[in-house]
Design a protein around this ligand. Structure first.
Ligand code: HEM
Ligand code: HEM
Length: 127
């Protein structure tokens, strides 16, 4: 499957989870997972769909290890961050114990954004 489609597919999975957390918060009146909800939707759904759009608009798709690395880093980072934030705000684990996961996941999301910029610049130079 093409990279843009994979970003879209995973993004659409994140939107279901993120909206479910929003619906739960709305129904229960318990908004403690607001930050988790916001980041699952904004990083997992919105950013993934933006990456898919960037691919569709500007990046001619051939097999690219860099694009695959960007995809894997972004989505593993988004899942890691979502799980860590859920455990943090749900008081399932302490901030100290979640520190490594939060750090690795955040940096994976950040690195994926840097890779997206590199991939975009390369394609702009080539085309
Ligand atoms: C079924 C749809 C949704 C429901 C029921 C819902 C519910 C909620 C609730 C209850 C809060 C907490 C509000 C507060 O305590 O101040 C919240 C916050 C938030 N939601 Fe949603 N939400 C939905 C969809 C979305 C979508 C689609 C996005 C973004 C793509 C989004 C982004 C946010 C953000 C960024 C915040 C934090 C706002 C702030 O910083 O004050 N939500 N949502
Ligand atoms: C490496 C990725 C990211 C990290 C580590 C991160 C971290 C944080 C932190 C620490 C906060 C404050 C939470 C609090 O009030 O307790 C925050 C809030 C927020 N961030 Fe991020 N963020 C990231 C990416 C993003 C992205 C990509 C977006 C939007 C596209 C975004 C949108 C927001 C919004 C709207 C809030 C306010 C949410 C609220 O009040 O619930 N973040 N973020």
């Amino acid at each position: 499957m093409k990279i843009a489609r994979l970003h879209t597919l995973f993004g659409l999975c994140f939107v279901i989870v993120g909206l479910a957390v929003g619906v739960y918060m709305g129904a229960s009146g318990n908004h403690t997972q607001q930050v988790t909800h916001a980041h699952i939707l904004l990083i997992g759904f919105v950013l993934s769909l933006l990456y898919a759009s960037i691919y569709r608009l500007w990046i001619p798709e051939g097999p690219s290890k860099l694009a695959l690395a960007q995809l894997v880093l972004h989505h593993l980072g988004a899942v890691g961050l979502g799980v860590a934030l859920f455990m943090l705000f749900g008081q399932i684990a302490t901030e100290a114990s979640l520190g490594p996961l939060l750090g690795i996941a955040s940096n994976a999301v950040l690195l994926a954004a840097v890779l997206m910029l590199v991939i975009f610049l390369r394609s702009a130079k080539a085309g």
